[in-house]
Design a protein around this ligand. Sequence first.
Ligand code: DSN
Length: 437
Amino acid sequence: MANSLYENLKHSDPDVYDSVLRETDREHETLELIASENFVSYAVLEAAGGVMTNKYAEGYPGRRYYGGCEWVDVAEDIARDRVKKLFDAEYANVQPHSGSQANMAAYFTFLKPGDVIMGLDLSHGGHLTHGSPVNFSGRLFDVVSYQVEKETGRVDFDKLLKRAKEEKPKLIICGGSAYPRNIEFEKYRQVADAAGAFLLADIAHPAGLVATGIHPSPWPHCHVVTSTTHKTLRGPRGGLILMGEDWENSWGMVAPKSGRVKMVSELIDSNVMPGIQGGPLMHIIAAKAVAFGEALQPEFSDYCAQIVKNAKAMAETFLRLDFRLVSGGTDTHVILIDLTDKNITGKVAEKSLEAAGITVNKNMVPYDERSPMVTSGIRVGTPAMTTRGMGVDEMQQIAQMIGRLISAPDDSTVQSKIRQEVKELTSRFPLYPDLRT
Ligand code: DSN
């Protein structure tokens, strides 16, 4: 039953149809090790590709600016209820189109332009939206970046405390995109309290691990949490905002008609819409609801435990092969390989691995002397391959392949041999068999 989902597309737009089919084949035939990617279920795909894409629903369930929202209200209520249960949260907003927009809405809730924020430096594992000068966060706020230590690859909290007391940020951001270790929420909160700052955790990467209790909980330490839905959480591409507990704002915001002091949740809701977004992507919110339902099942806990088991097995193999890993290993799904002593850049390593069917991304390592387009590292992650059912043996095999390619990046014989091994391995773990040619 090949491609029945795409019958209409096939006839009406053969060019786009072809690109979709080829992407499906690429996903099946390659080893996807980008730490921020995953493969959603058929149910999530169906909801994301469904008719809710047609509906305008500015506002929130029960108080929209458009008629005809009764069924999208049901989907959004399911999504909010499920994600609150999943993360043990009192408040959730599932409308942010992405992690960046979740962060933007949260910043606009707690900050004014020009306020001081502290976030982990992008080249030390942070994220663009944590204060990079080329991002809105770096352009609107006064950014004080903090870094990890060269020897440990981890944050020195005594140094962070000293700096925070000097700089007096209004908001401290923890979490990032290439930080292989658990986020130390409790220590960050001690720093935030000492500096009089709010604490925001961006758990986009470990969200699935947090939901299943494999990673420590951000509560009660973080005032607000943002995330994406498509990494370890294995949902459609999107964002969300959570609070463990809501509280009355202290920004002097009073609801105009009632004279009532607003809750922080109301401020976040209005900073998402109308603050930075218009109509929510209701098909994606429906797909988020499906993914949250899947994540509430016991099998999802087993899956997340296996992600970490796989990452640790891979990290151990890399260490045996004499690779340097930032922080010496991993607690999560992320491994950051420092290639500084290997006479190869991240850029060349990424290209060479790609030619053999292994997809990773080049990544800055702490104290990198190369540019972000070249880099001295690669980032590797296990969520996608774990979704395909691969285990420790396969992770060890993949790490060995990476080792062979990195020691001979220009050797086309090695590349084609490994391409063949990748083909054999991926064919044992089929992906979307009903959607391929
Ligand atoms: N680009 C994402 C990642 O790869 O981690 C973060 O936004």
